[in-house]
Design a protein around this ligand. Structure first.
Ligand code: ADP
Ligand code: MG
Length: 402
């Protein structure tokens, strides 16, 4: 065991009074930008009953079957054995996180405590500036290990589970903002997953200013013309990327992980919705279909836009920008006007096409179904993009639900 990890674990155990009576630290399981997560054994677990679902055999916590997750509102919780889990995940939130941010995460988790596909918060502790969140430990596998071998059927099961979680979160008006494989803990054996990490999550409508994308088409067109007239009078037509941009800068929430940010986040939409999570889920599906992780690999937002524009083409990208009152223009030669279909991208990246002839029949029926669903998730227009609720009714996610 790593000495620094050992040292951190010892420090944690002595910082919190009574820690040793309550938990036995086992190992470090995650280290992110905002926290360190440890697996621990709950020393008091035998004292409690009727608290959480656990798997009797191995003392692992498992959320109830998906079927009940789908009908969570109508089904009494008591149908499932609920006991306190023997193993917990202890999330030590870094002291550099602002108190407001920590409170936000704990509050949102508390709001979601009845959502069966969201990892529930058991309790939380604070000692001076240190905060610990205690969650049931959920056994899962590393995405990198299972994604290369996933069949289309496996993908349907995986996304049924992910979209069930998203539907529950979105129904509460919460945007997760950081959907990516490491924040969706999935157990391929049990075929179910739970959503974690609400560190960047926010309530829809917080810190919002009206954006053109929420207006109807006519209004948008009119306003866009006005702003074009304004900006050319203001700055004059400049070729290339403006070095000294004199336009008033826009401020919008851009929190998230690069490569998973929705186009409206990149265009600094000031009225972002839960649809940004759907885009990120789409990026996961694209990753699995193309067998490339990470799929997008940009260093910054401009590069991210270039990557998306390469797929969608400059024409659609321009339209996408206009939705939020942004002008998108480029002279990068690899960005074509029309872009490429997801079908072609999948065939190229899995080396099933040499790029010369368009072997459109090379996809199987079920692969085409996956591509169709992907197209609905990665719609550049958040207003037309599928919602989690709709997705659960989509053909692609109709899999046997136990
Ligand atoms: P961060 O904000 O640092 O990304 P996360 O909440 O995403 O923190 O947790 C980091 C990692 O810790 C996760 O990717 C996962 O591997 C592990 N982890 C978090 N919660 C649990 C849990 N309840 N059960 C098992 N592992 C967990
Ligand atoms: Mg995380």
């Amino acid at each position: 065991i790593d000495l620094t990890v050992q040292h951190d674990m010892e420090k944690l155990q002595t910082t919190f009074p009574d820690f040793k009576d309550n938990y036995r630290l086992i190992k470090r399981i995650g280290e992110g930008t905002f926290s360190t997560v440890y697996k621990a054994e709950d020393m008091q677990y035998h004292r409690y009953d009727n608290k959480w679902d656990i798997d009797a055999k191995d003392h692992q916590w498992t959320p109830p079957p998906l079927r009940s997750a789908l009908h969570a509102k109508s089904e009494p919780m008591s149908r499932h054995t609920r006991r306190k889990p023997k193993f917990v995940a202890i999330k030590k939130i870094y002291v550099t996180s602002s108190p407001a941010r920590i409170l936000n995460e704990l509050e949102l988790l508390h709001d979601l405590k009845d959502s069966l596909s969201v990892c529930p918060l058991i309790t939380a502790f604070r000692h001076a500036d240190q905060v610990l969140a205690i969650l049931p430990y959920f056994r899962h596998q590393d995405f990198r290990r299972y994604y290369p071998n996933m069949t289309i059927y496996d993908m349907r099961v995986y996304f049924r589970s992910l979209f069930t979680a998203l539907a529950a979160v979105h129904e509460k008006g919460i945007i997760h903002r950081d959907i990516k494989p490491t924040n969706f803990l999935y157990d391929p054996e049990k075929k179910r997953g739970v959503l974690v990490d609400f560190g960047l999550a926010e309530r829809e409508g917080t810190d919002c200013k009206p954006c053109l994308c929420h207006e109807d088409r006519q209004v948008r067109k009119q306003r866009l013309h006005q702003s074009v007239a304004f900006s050319s009078a203001h700055a004059g037509p400049q070729p290339g990327y403006p070095k000294n941009d004199t336009r008033p800068s826009r401020r919008a929430n851009r929190a998230g992980t690069r490569g998973f940010r929705a186009p409206e986040v990149l265009f600094k939409c000031t009225e972002q919705t839960t649809k940004i999570d759907i885009w990120s889920a789409g990026v996961i599906l694209l990753t699995i279909l193309c067998k490339r992780f990470p799929f997008f690999n940009s260093a910054d937002d401009v590069e991210a836009m270039i990557e998306i524009a390469t797929i969608f083409g400059s024409k659609r990208m321009k339209q996408a920008g206009q939705l939020h009152g942004c002008m998108f223009d480029t002279n990068i030669p690899t960005i074509g006007v029309q872009g490429f279909s997801f079908e072609k991208i999948m065939l190229w990246s899995t080396c099933r096409s040499d790029g010369k002839d368009a072997k459109t029949n090379a996809l199987t029926e079920e692969e085409r179904g996956a591509i169709e669903f992907l197209t609905r998730c990665m719609d550049l227009d958040p207003g037309r993009r599928i919602s989690a609720e709709e997705a659960l009714r989509h053909e692609f996610l109709q899999v046997d639900r136990e």
